[in-house]
Write a protein that binds this ligand. Structure first.
Ligand SMILES: [Zn+2]
Length: 272
């Protein structure tokens, strides 16, 4: 941890099919990829901010042109697995496949070297960090410091990046004064831009996460659970404005935006 200097914020985006990865990966009408992702890239570009995009490799061929813009805009590409399955329900061999094949597919598509991973729904199997290290990753950002039945159980996890073996873990932030993760969907739904900003006063770096479909009002989706439909539609039209206001306010506060790979490099340097 550094003691002085401006606060650092990492903007992260999990790129997957609509309805929280429930929609078929090859759905050509997926609005998150076709409309949400360009909107997200536009807002970041307006602010000159580069982020980290955890991409589910199964959507690469669904919208190749817009996905290609992620690296063209200078953002970091990281892995969000191959099939968006819950990794804690798979065999160790299947987890190894998800880790290595997703990385190969992303490196083939984008070029460059994929260093980071985020598990679908933040569900991680054991022995998590050993598996990541074996697959050649250098950092992870799958730990959400909050409780969500059947999903996150990591309230006790450290608020700041920590190291397990050779892997840096970058825990996703928590909305100040709430048990909720620092996600654009949460900030938008609860109207808590102010609290998201307050989060910068309690942790460094601050890690925000979002999805392309957070920025659109999804249609259809009658086959998905009612709870998901209500959640993803509630105030969805406000998401783009919320992201814009957040970046604005953070920039006025003098925050420095970094990719997770940049943060991992600075951490590694500090430990040699
Ligand atoms: Zn996901």
């Amino acid at each position: 941890m550094k003691d002085t200097g401006p606060l650092r914020v990492a903007i992260t985006c999990d790129v997957e099919s609509d309805w929280g990865g429930r929609a078929p990966a090859d759905d050509p009408d997926t609005r998150g990829l076709r409309e949400g992702l360009p909107a997200c890239l536009e807002v970041l570009q307006d602010h000159g901010v580069r982020g980290t995009f955890f991409i589910n490799a199964s959507v690469l061929q669904t919208a190749p042109e817009v996905l290609g813009r992620i690296s063209l805009h200078g953002h970091e590409v990281a892995s969000h697995s191959l099939h968006h399955r819950s990794l804690d329900c798979l065999t160790t061999e299947a987890v190894r496949e998800e880790l290595s094949r997703s990385r190969d597919a992303l490196e083939d598509f984008f070029g460059g070297c994929v260093q980071g991973f985020r598990a679908p729904q933040g569900r991680v199997p054991e022995p998590w960090w050993e598996l990541l290290e074996e697959a050649g990753y250098t950092y992870d950002s799958s730990i959400f410091r909050t409780v969500f039945p059947g999903r996150y159980q990591h309230v006790q996890a450290p608020a700041i990046p920590y190291r397990v073996g050779k892997i840096w873990e970058f825990p996703v932030g928590r909305l100040w004064g709430t048990p909720f993760p620092l996600g654009l969907r949460w900030v938008t739904a609860l109207g808590l831009v102010g609290r998201a900003l307050a989060t910068t006063s309690v942790g460094d770096p601050v890690i925000l996460y979002m999805h392309p479909f957070d920025l659109v009002t999804p249609d259809a989706g009658e086959t998905y659970p009612l709870s998901a439909r209500l959640w993803y539609k509630f105030r969805a039209s406000q998401a783009r404005v919320t992201l814009d206001r957040l970046l604005d306010a953070w920039q006025r506060a003098g925050v420095v935006f970094m990719t997770l790979q940049e943060l991992a490099s600075s951490k590694l340097e500090g430990h040699h």
